[in-house]
Design a protein around this ligand. Sequence first.
Ligand SMILES: Cc1cc2nc3c(=O)[nH]c(=O)nc-3n(C[C@H](O)[C@H](O)[C@H](O)COP(=O)(O)O)c2cc1C
Length: 187
Amino acid sequence: MMDNLQKIITERRAVFPRQYNTQPLSKETIQKVLASANWAPTHKHTEPWRFKVVYGEEKLEEFARFLGAAYKATTARFVQGKYERIMDKVCRSSCILLICFQRDPRARIPEWEEIAAMAMAVQNMWLTAASMGVGAYWSSSGLRHEVGQYVKLQEGERCMGFFYMGNYDGQLPKGKRGALTDRVDWL
Ligand SMILES: Cc1cc2nc3c(=O)[nH]c(=O)nc-3n(C[C@H](O)[C@H](O)[C@H](O)COP(=O)(O)O)c2cc1C
């Protein structure tokens, strides 16, 4: 069990839409990924993670058009290639989860603890996806700030990025990390 978990942790990679194939993810697979998010730990059980699921060709195309238009409307320097890449990434994905965060209305704990819990929920999803051979990555694109114009966000709810997902073929590259010894002091 432990070895298996270590393997999933170290072999999990950011897998980008350009690497995805056209084989769609099943709804069941997406449900499993989402269910693992819900098991992240939280201080005071605030469970601040919220997800909006963009799934199916029609919805993905709609979201691609939205993001393209949002880029056009907000960029200081429009670049046609970037505009096309933004939309292409969405259309190459099988599913995109809009990662949202709901601040506790009673502010019982510091906000950073809730953001930390939300990130743990994302890591759960990323590891679950990796364990099933599903490609995924978290993008913190500045366009996340525009998501409130695409879906209704509650009071105190913010979008923290996009979790792109898709099937892929072939091997993933080996990950790179600095030396642990530079980062740990045994006291
Ligand atoms: C909070 C967060 C935001 C990220 N945002 C981006 C992003 O906007 N663009 C991108 O290419 N990768 C993004 N990544 C993915 C990282 O680039 C990737 O995880 C890192 O390069 C390490 O690679 P690995 O995950 O394959 O080990 C993000 C990761 C995290 C945790």
